[in-house]
Write a protein that binds this ligand. Structure first.
Ligand SMILES: Cc1ncc(COP(=O)(O)O)c(C=O)c1O
Length: 469
């Protein structure tokens, strides 16, 4: 048998690129000696060990330790990313058929949860900043308005920070949500490092959210698939949460993931805290030096934007005048061996963690200086990439489980999508299940395809779309 995965990984090791992408460990040595543990690390609930699904021993103790570090009431280790943790959280706080308030640019796992739990969404759109051409945070007043208009909403789910590190005012939103005596879940997949330094935006754990979800693997030195579910108030029924944890979790959870969750929290509680604080001024300096390069704009919370409540400075969104995000990302890789996390139409995103070294940041600055000195290009501002607002016609579960058919993309205007269309990354549906393909969205899809943006679920060479029959 050929072994293409092994071959590619061998090449990746040889390549030794600078990582400004997930996972947060960046392939560097942490506080786990993997080699020493190797003979026994892939163990199970054998004598002396514990069962992640019903922990009574070492895993229970470990989760209590993690909850002390995070100041939560209860913390559970997840082994299927924030995807699995969102499934668990949403099904624990709702009953079949409930209406919930959902930030329209939530991750696709939130949409899948709605399908699985037959939930009815009321969508709330984030703000848009036209200087950076980027969606920003959710306005608390819009949350208030939605809750007043729909008095039967049972829970609220928001994402903060977003992929770019932009945070919403969760403290004010939590107060508004709690006035209605309902539950707020914050998908803080991008923020497990936030509680470890006062210089970073406040975590939703201290801002009053009832449940906070973390992708440990995104910003801590932890393995892909690791995550945390933090329960932060008495409004959450822990027994139901544990029950749903069992529903969505493999009966053979990986000890590698369990250990990695534990040790990444332990790392942050000691060395990580120190690194976050010690490196903060340097990080600000990196951002300024990038911004000072001719043609470069770095997304900042400043007078150019009034909708960014707070910003995680470890995310560096770089716009290079005259370059589309895809070209910039590709040049950084091909010419400078730097792998960025993602690009959107205009910008490329560097995702840094405490595992990045000064050499990594210096390499990024010097690459940007070099690109800037190659040629002077004219600015490209040919498109507003604010999210279109398709019409919600059906509940996601109704569209998903009903009769479907495949139609040509060109015949899809006016149809209701049965499978979401998702630009990836960041994994936010452009068209969510149950929404109508309006002319505006149809044209936007064509535009994205022309610009080589990957649209998940557009099948057969991107010409067909699954719609409700
Ligand atoms: C906001 C948000 N939530 C949840 C997820 C899913 O996280 P995971 O990859 O840990 O399953 C992502 C993934 O990128 C995300 O961006």
């Amino acid at each position: 048998m050929r072994t293409p995965v092994m071959d590619a990984l061998n090449e990746l090791v040889e390549e030794d690129s600078v990582s400004f992408h997930f996972p947060g460990h960046k392939g560097r040595k942490t506080n786990i000696d993997w080699e020493r543990l190797m003979p026994m690390i892939d163990t199970t609930e054998t004598i002396g060990m514990d069962n992640l699904l019903e922990p009574t021993g070492i895993i229970k103790e470990s989760q209590v330790e993690a909850s002390k570090v995070y100041n939560s009431k209860y913390t559970i280790y997840g082994v299927n990313g924030s995807t699995g943790s969102n499934y668990i959280a949403l099904s624990a706080i709702t009953n079949k058929g409930d209406k919930i308030l959902v930030q329209r640019n939530c991750h696709k796992s939130v949409y899948n949860s709605m399908i699985l739990n037959d939930l009815e969404p009321v969508y709330i759109y984030p703000n848009y900043n036209s200087f950076y051409e980027s969606t920003t945070g959710v306005d608390p007043e819009n949350v208030r308005k939605a809750l007043e208009e729909h008095s039967d909403i049972k829970a609220v789910i928001l994402t903060s920070p977003n992929y770019y590190g932009i945070c919403s005012d969760i403290k004010t939103i939590a107060q508004i949500v709690h006035e209605k005596n309902i539950i707020l879940v914050v998908d803080e997949a991008h923020g497990p490092h936030l509680p470890f330094s006062d210089q970073y935006p406040e975590s939703a754990i201290v801002s009053g959210a009832d449940i906070v979800i973390h992708s440990t693997h995104k910003t801590l030195p932890s393995l892909t698939q690791t995550s945390l579910i933090h329960v932060c108030s008495d409004r959450v029924d822990i027994n139901k949460l544990r029950d749903r944890y069992q529903l969505y979790t493999t009966t053979s959870p990986s000890y590698l993931f369990t250990l990695s969750n534990e040790m990444s929290v332990a790392f942050m509680n000691e060395e990580g805290r120190k690194r976050l604080d010690d490196n903060y001024d340097y990080l600000l300096d990196v951002r300024k030096r990038l911004e000072d390069i001719d043609g470069v704009t770095v997304l900042e919370k400043d007078e150019r934007d009034e909708t960014i409540f707070d910003l995680d400075k470890s995310r560096i969104l770089i716009d290079m005048r005259g370059y589309k995000g895809a070209e910039l990302k590709s040049i950084l890789y091909k010419d400078f061996n730097i792998r960025m996390e993602m690009n959107d139409y205009y910008s490329a995103l560097a995702m840094s963690t405490v595992m990045n070294t000064k050499e990594d940041f210096e390499a990024l600055i010097s690459a940007m200086e070099s690109i800037s000195s190659r040629e002077v290009r004219k600015p490209i501002r040919d498109l507003t990439i604010d999210m279109p607002r398709p019409k919600v016609v059906m509940r996601p579960s109704e569209a998903y489980f009903g009769k479907k058919k495949l139609v040509d993309l060109k015949d899809s205007i006016g149809r209701i999508v049965a499978t979401p269309i998702i630009p990836y990354p960041p994994g936010v549906p452009l068209l969510a299940t149950g929404e109508e393909v309006t002319k505006e969205v149809y044209e936007f899809m064509l535009f994205l395809l022309e610009n080589d943006i990957n649209l998940v679920n557009l099948s057969e060479e991107k010409k067909k779309i699954v719609v409700v029959e």
